[in-house]
Design a protein around this ligand. Sequence first.
Ligand code: NAP
Ligand code: WDW
Length: 323
Amino acid sequence: MNSKHQYVELNDGHFIPRLGFGTYKPQEVPNSKTIEATKIAIEAGFRHIDCAYAYQVEEEVGLAIRSKIADGTVKREDIFYTSKLWSTFHRPELVQSCLEKSLKKLNFDYVDLYLIHSPMELKPGEELFPQDEKGKIIYDSVDLCATWEAMEKCKDAGLAKSIGVSNFNRRQLEMILNKPGLKYKPVCNQVECHVYLNQRKLLDFCKSKDIVLVAYGALGTQRYKEWVDPSSPVLLDDPVLGALAKKHKRSPALIALRYQLQRGVIVLAKSLNEKRIKENIQVFDFELTAEDMKDLDGLNRNFRYVTFKLMADHPNFPLADEY
Ligand code: NAP
Ligand code: WDW
């Protein structure tokens, strides 16, 4: 095994690579880009790939992974693949069907990690975002603990090696952890996390429960027009990241990724660009000092790029609590 592939043990005994490749992209970018980029990522040394039913690129990601298996670069067991239960499938009787749809698109017989994508369940049906005549997103009402029990069944059926959550706040995590008869704890909580929103409190809570925090938007997000305010600050233009990049002869992106690894966070990095994909794997080749880490901690301003403001009135809106 190569030194690039650093792993963390999850609370169920499986191992997750500390750096993951992000695969979300806006609709207007052609899906063929995802096939090419995912192959390049595996060639460059990425072994953890983060995707989701809702990203609508699981066919392409599956094709890329299977092609890298076919040419002998990796074996299936060398790849850590994450998918996510979409919000319109929270009813317990629908949970396994969403995972089976993903597996069929991927042509896999299991995923390594299956996450509840968000605590905000939506009305079941064909649409990813069901809307009423006024364009308002239609919610559903499902007990998160009932959804969790259906996730546990997916693990027992061998369709997911590990199960976890995403976009949950502390109270929502505690609801699962305190569920009577809990069979499996979530192994992770995947949330927005970067130097402007370092999630110190949520991270400490997760660490105390042996749950790993997985960071998305660690490079400042793709600033997707549907989700992110265009006037928000550009993370990679931050002068402190710039100064540390100069000091270590690396890029601001690598400083932002390395920061997460050194504080025990699993970090995702999305890129569709060959040069930047290959650059991001260099995160294992250098080290920040304690003082560098302190300077980076000082950048926190509790600034969120993805605010889910269209769903702020959802009963399970996670961002109403402090953390
Ligand atoms: P990100 O990882 O924060 O990356 C943002 C942008 O940084 C990319 O568009 C990329 O553009 C650029 N970039 C990458 N490497 C770079 C480098 N070395 N130098 C300069 N720029 C660089 O983006 P994200 O997609 O928002 O988040 C990562 C992943 O997290 C997603 O793809 C998805 O898998 C996951 N995610 C999950 C949720 C959830 O609700 N659970 C929400 C958001 C995201 P180029 O492609 O042009 O390089
Ligand atoms: C909850 C959580 C929708 C969409 C979404 C709801 C969600 C995502 C940026 C990257 C998601 C924002 C990809 C959209 C209701 N998460 N993406 O993963």
